[in-house]
Design a protein around this ligand. Structure first.
Ligand code: ADP
Ligand code: TRP
Length: 322
């Protein structure tokens, strides 16, 4: 089976866009590939300088992904910091990373232009990402659009290394989910934490209702027919409906006689029901965090085995040490 690897930044609450744009694909991939999925907590250090918060975010992230269906019996699921070899490889790869390559990184330039202080970890972030990928001989790396360049840099670094030492590193390819539509937020723009327009997956029912109430709609009167093709409420409901359900809802829009409040109520029910099982699992893991730490340790054991074997080959090639 093809080895597919992806990392997730432990950065707080997950929203519907994250689910349909990333998590759902990971669930499919764990059935069809040798999926490695890890929590990028070393990467998170570049932006989070609060130890307590990072520790909490890391376990929270594990709980959320397990609750939403990442299955540790199918995927190798671990925390980045549990496999220290990645830091050794990061250093070795630094020697194959031209300054110019890093200077061209959009993500770094964006962060600095937003006023984030430029420091070395922010700058060398793509080299650590290359180590994440190359340590495990990953062939495919599923990422969001903003991360494509980082995978391209990984390829450049690996090719340079292989030029000196032969075909030791596997050259990876990125994969951006093509058929995933952008999930709209409350205002119709792309749902994103940075726009403050999200609907979070693990809201309470009351919070969910309140948030859905904020979805922007037009002012068509209750009795009039409504345009489902431009309605944000419909776009979101569609994600949770099969073909027949979508057609039924379209008819209700076209018929008139129902206000947006009715459609919002319907959307709330759809979302609430869809994540019922995930909520139950989350409750369980929140009350049994030891289980979660055990799952991460088991994942790290599987990952370590591969990382250790790979590092022996790499050390041997570069001459560290005997
Ligand atoms: P945010 O924009 O909220 O900060 P992230 O950048 O952390 O989200 O995204 C994590 C993953 O979720 C990425 O794979 C990204 O492509 C996906 N994603 C985020 N928002 C959406 C959206 N509105 N529609 C589809 N996918 C999304
Ligand atoms: N940089 C990625 C992000 O912010 C997370 C990440 C770290 C990653 N290492 C990776 C993704 C390796 C894919 C492969 O989303």
């Amino acid at each position: 089976m093809t080895r597919v690897l992806t990392g997730i930044q432990p950065s707080g609450a997950l929203h519907l866009g994250n689910y349909f744009g990333a998590i759902k694909q990971m669930k499919d991939l764990q059935d069809s590939s040798d999926l490695f999925i890890f929590i990028a907590n070393y990467h998170a250090l570049t932006s989070l300088k609060d130890g307590k918060a990072l520790r909490e975010n890391t376990i929270d992230c594990a709980i959320n992904f397990l609750s939403l269906g990442i299955d540790p019996s199918k995927a190798t699921f671990y925390a980045q910091s549990d496999v220290k070899e990645v830091l050794e490889l990061y250093w070795i790869l630094s020697g194959y990373t031209p300054m110019g390559l890093l200077e061209r990184a959009h993500s770094y330039k964006d962060k600095v232009s937003k006023g984030i202080a430029a420091n070395h970890s922010l700058f060398s972030y793509p080299v650590l990402m290359a180590a994440d990928i190359l340590l495990y001989d990953a062939k495919i790396v599923p990422v969001g659009k903003d991360q494509i360049q980082h995978v391209e840099m990984t390829r450049d670094i690996a090719i340079k290394f292989n030029n000196d030492f032969g075909d030791i590193l596997t050259i990876p390819e990125f994969k951006v989910a093509e058929d995933v539509q952008t999930v709209p937020g409350l205002d119709g723009a792309k749902m994103s934490k940075s726009y403050g327009n999200t609907i979070d997956i693990f809201n309470t029912e009351k919070q969910l209702k309140k948030t859905i109430g904020k979805i922007v709609t037009d002012s068509t009167a209750l009795e009039d027919a409504k345009d489902w093709t431009t309605c944000n409420v419909f776009s979101l409901a569609k994600l949770y409906l099969d073909q027949a359900g979508q057609i039924e809802l379209q008819k209700r829009y076209e018929k008139g006689g129902e206000g947006y409040g009715h459609f919002k109520m319907h959307l709330k029910e759809l979302i609430w029901d869809y994540y019922a099982e995930a909520r139950e699992k989350r409750e369980h893991y929140l009350n049994n965090t030891d289980e979660v730490y055990d799952i991460l340790s088991d994942g790290a054991k599987k990952a370590s085995k591969i990382a250790k074997a790979k590092m022996e080959i790499i050390r041997d090639a570069v001459g560290i040490y005997r």
